[in-house]
Write a protein that binds this ligand. Structure first.
Ligand SMILES: [Zn+2]
Length: 289
């Protein structure tokens, strides 16, 4: 195991952070506005999100760089600011952490599908490589390839991220099938865990897509299929739409009540995805205390 991961995990389960997108919306990010661009224009508000998580007890916080790969930035006419957006993202989270939390960098999907030929494997790999290098140069401690629906895209991102020499977490979204235990492309937790372990992921995870109750079974199945540490970040339930915005209805205590079972099921890193807030992290911390 990578020495950083060993150091983090030896005392027990590690608390990560909650959502950034929904927290930025709460601070004025408009519908359809590109969150990562706020690293350049609203750095103080981005920093507030990181600070709130650290104060709530996050031992790891991510960066506001989920969409900062060349392909997705291109959709927002911001590809020429790629290096800047990623670098500032890392700087903002490091300043927010003040040494009280580790900073891992978020790398989300490109939003383009390999399967339909919208994008080639070479283009995906190049885009992830460019982002991973920018994040690594800015001084991040690990890379988190997250919210992946396509195992092939996830493996390309992993291979690109690995070239930095940093530990790499790869986290898939299981939100499809009648039991919500498959990715959009039909991949099961067993298939994902095996393929990602074989491809060298340091940590394997599941995030987003559904509320925390559904993650217990997914976590158990990942655990049975791999000995790698597991990274788990569920949503705060399923959203209802209120005036065009997703509203998440699970309460922090409800969410945190599932955490002991998640740990029993093999989770090593625990936090939240869409709709979770600093008070969710505080609730997890109380449950683990
Ligand atoms: Zn999410």
């Amino acid at each position: 195991m990578h020495p950083l991961l060993e150091k983090l995990l030896s005392p027990g389960p590690v608390i990560t952070d909650g959502a950034w997108g929904t927290e930025l919306q709460a601070r004025g990010l408009g519908l359809g506005e590109f969150p990562d661009a706020w690293n350049l224009t609203q750095a103080d508000r981005v920093a507030e999100v990181g600070q709130a998580y650290v104060q709530a007890g996050s031992q790891i916080i991510l960066t506001n760089t989920f969409g900062a790969n060349r392909i997705r930035l291109g959709d927002h006419s911001a590809a020429d600011r790629l290096a800047e957006i990623n670098t500032r993202g890392v700087e903002i989270s490091r300043q927010a952490a003040q040494g009280h939390a580790h900073v891992f960098a978020s790398m989300g999907p490109t939003g383009k599908l390999l399967m339909t030929g919208e994008v080639t494997a070479d283009q995906l790999r190049a885009a992830f490589s460019e982002q991973a290098q920018a994040l690594a140069q800015a001084g991040v401690e690990a890379l988190v390839v997250e919210t992946m629906s396509d195992l092939e895209e996830a493996k390309l991102a992993l291979s690109a991220a690995h070239e930095t020499g940093l530990p790499v977490i790869v986290s898939m979204v299981f939100d499809s099938g009648k039991n919500k235990d498959r990715t959009m492309m039909g991949t099961t937790p067993e298939q994902a865990a095996q393929a990602l372990a074989e491809a060298g992921a340091d940590v394997i995870g599941a995030n987003c897509g559904q509320g925390i109750a559904g993650f217990i079974g997914i976590c158990q199945r990942l655990r049975a299929a791999t000995d790698r540490p597991l990274w788990i970040k569920p949503n705060a339930g399923l959203p209802t739409m209120v005036e065009g915005r997703a509203q998440y209805n699970t309460r922090p205590e409800e969410f945190a009540a599932y955490v002991p079972e998640l740990i029993k099921s093999g989770a090593s890193f625990i936090g939240g995805c869409c709709g979770t807030r600093p008070d969710f992290i505080a609730a997890i911390r109380r449950v683990l205390a």
